[in-house]
Design a protein around this ligand. Structure first.
Ligand SMILES: [Zn+2]
Length: 253
């Protein structure tokens, strides 16, 4: 029992896969305990958590929202994920992948919105009525002002989901406010009233301008980014993390 994280109705909750089960999310995952990991001050090995046999996800949506959004958007997202996975497997070691995808942009984007509703607290729906409206009306076009949706491609086996997080860049004084879902072959970042937290992220907000039934061939350049830590929007390679750690220890010494 609980409050649906999209429509806000209180009642029995159903298990929402994030991403959809058909998009490489049907196998068990280990859900790390972020507090234990932070206390241990280490990325790996995982210090605690639990196995989730059904895949990545949680009891976050009412049956109606789960059923409707899965029916409207789920398969379109999975089809795009399969194309991306094929491109990723052929582009070993590439930093970017330029490819043409055949997809339903509007359906894909709205599936991504559903994933953010599930990975955020109930506040996302409570405070952003317009976003709920766009998500639950399959025919609606456009996105609320100030909202950014960004994408990258990844083969990292470490999954990452975070609710809205604040970050201050002390070099330029800029503040960033974002949420992230990363599960191969994709990662997505939602921003609110701020610039991109990483220039390599591809803006896919324009996907929302298409009609629900519009199948399109889109040429996209997606950066291949790594997920090696629990920190949202940290795409450092293992070598970069090691170098930063050495620099930090050197500075401390
Ligand atoms: Zn609902």
């Amino acid at each position: 029992m609980g409050k649906c994280q999209i429509c806000g109705v209180v009642g029995p909750l159903s298990f929402e896969h994030v991403p959809p089960e058909s998009a490489f999310n049907s196998r068990p995952v280990f859900l790390g305990d972020i507090k234990k990991q932070l206390d241990a001050k280490t990325v790996l090995p995982l210090k605690g958590g639990k196995q989730c046999q059904r895949g990545s996800g949680a009891y976050t949506l009412c049956g109606k929202c789960n059923s409707n959004t899965g029916h409207w958007y789920g398969s379109a997202y999975a089809e795009w994920a399969v194309q991306a996975a094929c491109n990723l497997s052929r582009a070993s070691g590439a930093r970017t992948i330029d490819a043409t995808y055949t997809l339903y942009p509007s359906r894909v984007l709205k599936q991504v919105l559903c994933m953010f509703f599930s990975s955020n607290s109930k506040g996302l729906g409570r405070y952003h009525d317009a976003l709920v409206g766009v998500t639950l009306n399959s025919r609606a076009r456009g996105l609320p002002d100030g909202l950014g949706v960004l994408a990258f491609i990844t083969k990292s086996w470490l999954l990452r989901q975070s609710g809205f997080t604040g970050r201050l860049d002390t070099r330029n004084g800029r503040g960033y406010f974002f949420s992230e879902v990363a599960h191969p072959p994709f990662g997505f970042v939602m921003t609110w009233d701020c610039p991109k937290p990483d220039d390599r992220l591809l803006d896919i907000r324009h996907f929302a301008s298409y009609d629900y039934d519009h199948l399109e061939r889109l040429a996209l350049r997606l950066h291949v980014l790594e997920v090696n830590t629990w920190t949202p929007c940290d795409y450092r390679t293992l070598a970069e993390i090691e170098a930063d750690t050495r620099d930090g220890e050197g500075a401390a010494g």
